[in-house]
Design a protein around this ligand. Structure first.
Ligand code: ZN
Length: 657
């Protein structure tokens, strides 16, 4: 266990809340302690209230904040006396408890306090730290877990049997702590849940956490259950893009909405998915309630989504006869798929959700493998996991979460995505909730955005092999394809037919036409499996309806692409795929146009640059974002009944009109 404490950094921090922020971030930085909003910390501080009186406040982590990135504003200030009194009530429902906490904060704009706030309040220490440390969960979730925990810690911790987070758990901890804590007590282990440490200073509490978790790690090491070698896995299956898209379609149907499916074929995931004893060790349940909400109860083994959903419904019906009354939203889709050929696939309503599931389950794999080496992984009984999975508070959050983004769970591929109209299309699609793969010849595409819902791929679209690799990477990352924006193309320098060379003509056709044919052909089986139907948008050109002299190759390539799109609309309509084109003109913010070029073109027509930019019927400037917004809308419900449309986006052109 790494102690990350830096006294030099800490010495700069004079007030207690910023000290609390500092050591919370240290905990959050270590993913073997907490993951994604898991864990929480607090500090008790005396402050003056509006009457000038001293009042003791409990600053506890607000819900929705991640320890790694927490700031002072991420802590909720609660009136400590009041919260301590709550702990003496005989009972309090979860919604009541949340209401009591929220109405006893001293800052109206603070986040809702953690549901474990009362637990922090009852511990009589200034600083309290709580994590879901892997090593502690490993020992606790193994056969004879409690005995092992007691053997490791002796009287250093109070051991609390499992109980669902909330008021009753806080009460139980208060009781046990007051009777069992002794002079050597520096922490509390909550079986099948996590660990608390506490102290008079931020450093004392932090270092006790590191020490206590370190004891569990040392124990696992001594038992030969820390560095557990895995067998070398068989290589993951390649060329699985259609299989993945089919799996995603089935998962989306079961979930009732499009889902992102991310494939992971690292050695550990693959070795785990190929274990002989996988069915026995993976079907126990998550290691802590904190993970249940993200990962759901059990991973799916293999690819039979319907069998999984049916088994899930049986489990649900058995444990929740009141589902209708409680207005529970049943969700029988798995979040993790373990398949010997595919490796580990994680499922989410968004790419971010799928990434969080992956991170959690990577730790779960470690925990299961180590606990198995220790003698056997044993998670909580199904009923306890179910209670967290369908917790009132989580259900309330789901009901409140509102309408999802237009393209939540959907996947788009944009070509020529590094700049200009293509880049604007990426942004328009991301802003509507889609996961986007951007392809471009320019290597900058790979690092255009650093976010889980974007994949940049450098790709020469005129190479069939490169297109194949692009689609494999897209489906490995997001699971399938719903929307294709054909934007990549070149506009060669002006050249009249009398001097147009065949190789130049062929070069333009290869890039603007042939590459799109190959891409459309290869995308068709994926688009056919899009949960809401596939959509293609072709970025055409004003030159399709109104060609210009000196642009023969360009105009012909775009006109041919236009005709290709019309035939595709006829051929693919039966597969639920619609394809529409838009014809931009005079889009000058694309990087191809330098200020100098603009000035020279404007001079050529005897216009100022401003006049030249707005040289259309509406006297308006057309930007790449205008084109991209229309392209994105063409993929949305507004155009749900439209295919083979051609829409100009040119401010009105008298030759087109
Ligand atoms: Zn917890």
């Amino acid at each position: 266990m790494n102690n990350l404490w830096s006294e030099e950094e800490f010495r700069q921090l004079t007030d207690e809340l910023s000290q609390r922020v500092y050591s919370s971030r240290l905990l959050g930085h270590d993913k073997s302690l907490v993951l994604h909003g898991g864990g929480n910390t607090s500090v008790k501080i005396i402050e003056k209230n509006a009457f000038g009186e001293d009042e003791e406040l409990l600053y506890v982590k607000g819900s929705g904040w991640d320890l790694e990135k927490i700031e002072e504003g991420g802590f909720s200030p609660l009136r400590l006396d009041y919260v301590r009194r709550l702990a003496q009530l005989p009972s309090l429902s979860d919604p009541q408890m949340v209401n009591e906490l929220v109405t006893h904060m001293t800052r109206a704009t603070a986040p809702a306090p953690s549901v474990e706030a009362i637990l922090h309040a009852i511990l009589p220490y200034k600083f309290v730290d709580h994590t879901h440390a892997d090593a502690v969960l490993t020992v606790s979730n193994s056969i004879d877990g409690e005995t092992r925990v007691r053997e490791i810690y002796g009287d250093r911790v109070v051991v609390i049997p499992y109980m669902m987070p909330g008021f009753d758990l806080a009460r139980l901890c208060a009781e046990r702590f007051s009777t069992e804590a002794g002079p050597n007590t520096i922490g509390m282990v909550l079986l099948n849940h996590g660990i608390f440490s506490f102290g008079a200073t931020a450093r004392e509490s932090y270092e006790r956490m590191i020490f206590l978790v370190g004891l569990a790690e040392d124990y696992l090491q001594r038992q030969g259950a820390w560095n557990v070698p895995n067998h070398a896995p068989r290589p993951a299956k390649a060329g699985t893009r259609v299989e993945l898209a089919q799996l995603r379609k089935n998962l989306s149907e079961t979930m009732g909405a499009p889902a992102v499916v991310a494939r992971h074929t690292g050695e550990r995931c693959l070795a785990f998915a190929q274990r002989e004893d996988l069915a026995a060790i993976s079907q126990q349940g998550p290691a802590t309630p904190d993970h249940v909400i993200r990962t759901k109860r059990l991973p799916m083994l293999g690819r039979d989504v319907h069998a999984y959903a049916a088994a899930y419904r049986r489990y649900f019906d058995e444990l929740e006869p009141m589902a209708k009354e409680r207005k529970i939203m049943l969700d029988p889709a798995p979040r993790i798929v373990l398949d010997p050929e595919l490796g580990m696939c994680t499922v989410g309503r968004t790419a971010k959700d799928a990434a969080i599931v992956a991170e959690i389950f990577n730790h779960t794999i470690d925990i299961i493998v180590r606990a198995t080496a220790l003698g056997g992984y044993r998670a909580l009984p199904a009923k306890d996991i179910f209670d967290v999975e369908y917790w009132d508070l989580e259900q309330a959050k789901l009901r409140k979460s509102g309408k999802p983004a237009m393209f939540a769970g959907e996947v788009a591929l944009v070509t020529g995505a590094a700049s200009g109209i293509g880049k604007a299309c990426v942004e328009a699609l991301l802003s509507r909730g889609a996961a986007v793969a951007g392809a471009d010849l320019n290597p900058n595409i790979e690092t255009l955005y650093n976010r889980p819902d974007f994949l940049g791929v450098q790709c020469d679209l005129t190479s069939g092999e490169a297109v194949g690799r692009l689609l494999e990477r897209t489906t490995d990352t997001f699971g399938g394809l719903d929307m294709l924006v054909l934007n990549a193309g070149i506009f060669p320098g002006g050249c009249r037919i009398d001097s147009l060379q065949a190789d130049e003509w062929q070069r333009v056709m290869r890039i603007n036409l042939d590459a799109n044919l190959v891409l459309m052909r290869e995308c068709h089986p994926l688009l056919k499996l899009a949960p809401r139907g596939g959509r293609v948008v072709v970025i055409g050109s004003k030159n399709v309806p109104a060609p210009g002299p000196g642009a023969a190759a360009y105009s012909v390539s775009k006109a041919a692409l236009n005709q290709l799109a019309r035939v595709a609309a006829l051929e693919w309509g039966g597969d639920g795929i619609r394809i529409n084109s838009l014809h931009p003109n005079a889009v000058f913010d694309t990087g191809i146009w330098t200020g100098e070029m603009l000035a020279s073109r404007a001079r050529h027509y005897g216009l100022t640059v401003e006049e030249y930019k707005k040289n259309n019927v509406l006297r308006t400037e057309v930007t790449s974002s205008d084109v991209a917004e229309l392209a994105a809308e063409m993929c949305g419900p507004l155009f749900a009944k439209t295919t083979a449309a051609q829409v100009p986006v040119d401010g009105g052109n008298d030759r087109v009109i």
